[in-house]
Design a protein around this ligand. Structure first.
Ligand code: GLY
Length: 376
């Protein structure tokens, strides 16, 4: 596929975003669509940063001030959220603040944005258990159901900590992030290069307990989005630490992911499923994987024999998403990528659009269309 095709694909994304800006009138799109329509919501879930991040991407792509203005207008709600600690008892602070406030700081130099992102990073450090060397994903730190539980998704939240070290010179943030990434590689990645979605550590002894799933099909299956978070997330730790082991783990997770692609290149919501399963696809997992692979290609040396293979796989997946998975044939929709699954076991957002699928689809297109510096 040529650049022209991906340029048109990005134009379609911008068209849909323009519609959401009008329909939602300053609110954030919900985490997942209903009937392919996003309703408007406040800044409470783990997902609003994806919308602000999309606006920053749109601004970078077009230099149209309307996107910058819309992104900047949202920063007040991120400031309030971190100051008043509204739903901040979560590891998702990275998803929330990297794509909103860190992006704002990187693109505009806003000191106010930098300050709120640092406040978010400080809150994230409170979830770190030194003995286990991990950040607890969800819930109260004393909740016996959640205590010491790390999850693959959290790798995407670590850049907020690495960035905090970069701008403050305080190594504490990056030390925690690096330790968490190491523990994730040791326990979330199985010897066969599949992954657990979540893993419990003993926070008193620091020892490993057991892995299980939250959003996958079963404890021993491989949740597609978890694998994709790992493909991209370990690489993000590599970008900051330059430790080769993080590239290696991203590579083996990628190889497993690519070995499970159905005919059209877009994965089922759990990698255990094959074509005969009748299960739903998760286009959002594939969009994340495309971004991870495009970053991997950037980091591998030009002589690496696998580099071309990863690039071809990423482009083929992106092509398939752009040809078969957009809402182009649903003129009423304000979503972008359909056929995604949020949480199948809980019945949330099944075969719908979701906001992170849309975000990573646009990030992938921006990566192809311009020289882009990650907000992560
Ligand atoms: N991080 C939550 C999810 O991927 O659904």
């Amino acid at each position: 596929m040529n650049q022209e095709h991906f340029k048109r694909a990005a134009e379609f994304v911008l068209e849909r975003m323009d519609r959401s800006l009008i329909m939602l009138d300053g609110q954030f799109p919900a985490a997942a669509s209903r009937g392919l329509i996003y309703e408007g919501t406040g800044n409470v879930d783990w997902t609003p940063g994806f919308w602000t991040g999309m606006l920053w991407l749109a601004y970078e792509l077009t230099e149209d001030e309307k996107y910058r203005n819309a992104a900047e207008a949202q920063l007040a709600s991120f400031k309030r959220r971190v100051e008043e600690q509204i739903e901040t008892n979560t590891h998702d602070l990275g998803f929330l603040y990297s794509l909103s406030a860190v992006a704002a700081y990187r693109l505009t130099g806003s000191e106010e944005a930098k300050a709120m992102a640092l406040q978010a990073a400080d809150l994230l450090t409170e979830r770190y258990f030194p003995k286990a060397g991990i950040i607890q994903a969800w819930g109260d730190l004393n909740d016996p159901e959640e205590c010491g539980r790390m999850i693959m998704d959290c790798l995407m939240n670590l850049p907020l900590l690495y960035w905090a070290t970069e701008v403050t010179g305080d190594a504490r943030y990056a030390d925690m992030a690096r330790s968490h990434a190491k523990q994730s590689a040791a326990y979330l990645v199985r010897p066969d290069h599949t992954s657990y979605h979540t893993y419990y550590m003993d926070v008193l002894t620091g020892g490993p307990k057991y892995g299980n799933t939250h959003q996958g099909y079963s404890d021993d299956s491989c949740w597609a989005r978890g694998q994709a978070w790992g493909m991209y997330g370990f690489l993000l730790s590599y970008l900051y630490t330059k430790e080769a082991s993080f590239i290696e783990v991203s590579t083996v997770l990628s190889d497993y992911f690519l070995s499970r692609l159905p005919g059209d290149g877009i994965v089922y919501w759990d990698l255990i499923f094959t074509e005969e399963s009748g299960q739903e696809k998760d286009s959002s997992a594939s969009a994340i994987a495309v971004c991870g692979l495009l970053e991997l290609v950037k980091q591998l040396s030009p002589e690496d024999p696998d580099r071309e293979r990863y690039e071809a796989a990423a482009l083929a997946m992106l092509e398939s998403l752009s040809l078969n998975y957009t809402t182009e044939d649903h003129p009423e929709s304000n979503g972008i990528l359909k056929h995604a699954v949020y949480n199948k076991p809980r019945g949330w957002g099944i075969d719908e659009c979701n906001l992170w699928g849309d975000y990573f689809y646009l990030e992938a297109l921006v990566r192809l269309l311009k020289d882009w510096r990650p907000y992560w």
